[in-house]
Write a protein that binds this ligand. Structure first.
Ligand code: GDP
Length: 445
């Protein structure tokens, strides 16, 4: 997400390091670099202009703080301005006082609406709501079916028109869906609508009609972040057509240059509320302008990381581990495996590591990281006997060869794994002795 932009900005700030004060020439050069980086990331020109003029004004102004060096000051200013163009405060869903709350999705075909409906449904369900997805995309062949499959995966009910019951009128399906939700006490209704590959009058009219029929509490405009400069024109067309209250950016996982994210709020006046970062149901997050700015500036998004960790780690497991720690018991391969699995449950490791500060410089290593490594380690540990897992020092040559054969790996892979485990064990010991270091993830240097 925003990898190139992030790299460019970080490089710009780096060139300011070590400077005692900023000359006008420094500010000029920095602003020019920021401007180029933003334009290359497809940020809309008016947004770039306003952004850079704010940076220039503040960097040359009297905003000098005693405790920050010039490079830090510029980062601080850019960070604050980024948060501002991303919308400032996190905008959360507004729920109706008279349920069901109705959320309508609008956007071009392929933007990711149907996928999003599933993600949103699951998110709502995890937060204690009882959502219903309503399939009003009757244009795209298979869209209804796709929503049914997505809903099933997400564990969320779907209201779909009866097959064969005429071609179907999306407006009446939307109405029936809402009626069904009232009847069966669903408290949130997510209406998936049709999109075309380009904006056209008929599609927009249909969206307007559905809006009139179900009077949604929130209309969310779903925007594919990969479309670059076109994003702005599309967003404007939807703003002037059906209108919307918030934006969902999808496909932020791709090599999206991110311009859409940075422009859309400023251009349409509506906030980005959610980000979709992959095809899986879990690849979905609330859009926090401050955290996103931190990520772009490679200051790390430690808060998101902690939230994900909280979801993944089971409290009982953590307590058992803590008790073990306190009792001075040694860290075994079973513990190692358990921790590895907990880390794996947090989602893509690459994505997680990307949220840590300073990761921009490590991007290449990060891209080369193969997540299947986890599976290999797990297979090896599972091929060991319980005694071997507790006392890995008994692993001589023939035991190593047996484990390798047992899980179809090479002996050197087993050696590597044991070596890594040895490091993790050492780290656990030093942690116990109060000398924390490294990434804090056992087995990861
Ligand atoms: P719709 O026409 O707006 O309903 O779009 P779909 O939900 O069918 O999505 C179109 C394609 O984009 C599908 O292949 C999805 O799997 C994919 N997709 C949706 N959201 C994301 C995302 O956040 N990241 C990636 N990489 N793919 C996505």
């Amino acid at each position: 997400m925003f990898a190139t932009l992030s790299d460019r900005l970080t490089a710009t700030f780096k060139s300011l390091r070590g400077k005692g004060r900023l000359t006008e020439a420094d500010v000029d050069a920095t602003v020019r670099e920021i401007r180029r980086a933003l334009l290359d990331a497809d940020v809309a020109l008016p947004v770039v202009r306003e952004f850079t003029s704010r940076i220039r004004e503040r960097a040359t102004g009297a905003e000098v703080q005693q405790n920050l060096n010039p490079a830090q000051q510029v980062v601080k200013i850019v960070n604050e301005e980024l948060v501002a163009i991303l919308g400032g405060e996190t905008r959360r869903l507004r729920f109706s006082k008279n349920p069901p709350t109705v959320i309508m999705l609008a956007g071009l075909q392929g933007a990711g609406k149907t996928t999003l409906a599933g993600k949103l449904g699951r998110h709502l369900k995890q937060n204690g709501n009882r959502p219903l997805l309503v399939a009003c995309d009757l244009q795209r062949p298979n869209a209804v079916n796709q929503l049914q499959i997505t809903g099933e995966r997400a564990g969320v009910d779907v209201f779909a028109p009866e097959p064969g019951n005429g071609v179907g009128d999306p407006v009446s399906v939307a109405r029936q869906g809402l009626e069904h939700a009232r009847h069966h006490h669903y408290d949130v209704v997510v209406v998936d609508t049709a999109g075309r590959t380009g904006v056209d009058a008929e599609m927009m009219q249909q969206a307007i009609d559905i809006r009139a029929a179900v009077t949604p509490d929130e209309v969310l405009f779903v925007l594919d972040a990969m479309v670059g400069q076109d994003a702005v024109a599309t967003a404007e067309a939807f703003r002037d057509g059906v209108g919307f209250d918030g934006v969902v950016l999808t496909k932020l996982d791709g090599d999206a240059r991110g311009g859409a994210a940075l422009s859309v709020r400023q251009v349409t006046g509506q906030p980005v509320m959610f980000a979709s970062t992959g095809e899986k149901l879990d690849d979905f997050e609330l859009f926090h302008p401050d955290r996103m700015a931190s990520r772009i500036l490679d200051m790390g998004d430690v808060l998101s990381l902690i939230e994900q960790a909280e979801k993944a780690f089971d409290a009982d497991q953590a307590q058992a581990m803590a008790a073990k720690f306190a009792a001075d018991e040694d860290f075994t391969l079973d513990d190692f495996l358990q921790q590895l699995n907990a880390v794996r449950n947090m989602g893509s490791l690459k994505k997680m590591l990307g949220m840590l500060p300073g990761m921009a410089q490590m991007r290449q290593q990060l891209d080369a990281f193969d997540e299947r490594e986890f599976d290999r380690i797990e297979a090896m540990v599972r091929s060991m006997t319980p005694l071997e897992r507790r006392q890995p020092r008994i692993m001589n040559g023939s035991r190593r060869a047996r484990v390798a054969a047992g899980c179809g790996q090479s002996t050197s892979a087993v050696n590597d794994m044991l070596e890594r485990f040895g490091q993790a064990q050492k780290m656990m010991r030093s942690l116990r002795n109060g000398m924390a270091g490294g990434t804090g993830i056992p087995g990861m240097p």
